[in-house]
Design a protein around this ligand. Structure first.
Ligand SMILES: CC(C)(COP(=O)(O)OP(=O)(O)OC[C@H]1O[C@@H](n2cnc3c(N)ncnc32)[C@H](O)[C@@H]1OP(=O)(O)O)[C@@H](O)C(=O)NCCC(=O)NCCS
Length: 136
């Protein structure tokens, strides 16, 4: 299993879509982002994560492990590898947003010592139309 920068947006979009958590994700949705992966034989995508940078901060999302490979510590492994890359590149603050119902992700965030609230304000804004409607 190799950790690598992943450039095949088609396969990544397929893996993310197949997991069912994020809805349909098109390759174009990933354009301009950095993808990292765990892969077998150089091309079999097993897990991926997306990073968007903003100076010394980064936002991570689309953490997905292929269904048949879950429960083996791969999400933690991939997250650790990416954390090392980002730290070496001077990123010091990582943002992530998970649904409170997602036990697996919440547990991972807590393992990383994720802080809720102070000293930062994590602002979530739901966008609606002028009638107060929001389509998902
Ligand atoms: C979340 C996800 C990435 C975890 O991948 P994984 O490789 O199975 O996770 P790991 O084996 O590295 O486990 C990481 C920790 O989460 C825990 N965990 C994994 N799946 C879990 C679940 N369904 N419920 C509760 N905890 C879970 C593990 O027990 C482990 O903690 P531990 O070491 O204390 O046991 C995977 O389930 C997935 O791809 N889910 C669909 C997409 C998703 O929800 N992405 C994250 C959104 S932010």
């Amino acid at each position: 299993m190799d950790f690598k920068v992943w450039t095949d947006y088609l396969k990544a979009a397929q893996l993310v879509t197949d997991c069912g958590y994020y809805g349909t994700v098109e390759p174009a949705d990933l354009a301009g982002t950095e993808l990292y992966a765990l892969a077998e034989n150089d091309e079999d995508l097993v897990a991926c994560i997306m990073v968007i940078r903003s100076g010394a901060q980064a936002y991570v999302d689309y953490l997905v492990v292929r269904q048949d490979c879950r429960g083996q510590g791969l999400a933690l492994l991939l997250t650790d590898c990416v954390a090392h890359v980002l730290y070496k590149q001077k990123v010091r603050l990582v943002h992530s947003c998970v649904s409170g119902e997602n036990g697996a992700s919440a547990k991972m965030l807590m393992k990383y010592g994720a802080k809720i609230g102070w000293p930062y304000i994590n602002g979530l804004v739901r966008l609606e139309d002028s009638n107060g409607n929001a389509e998902d």
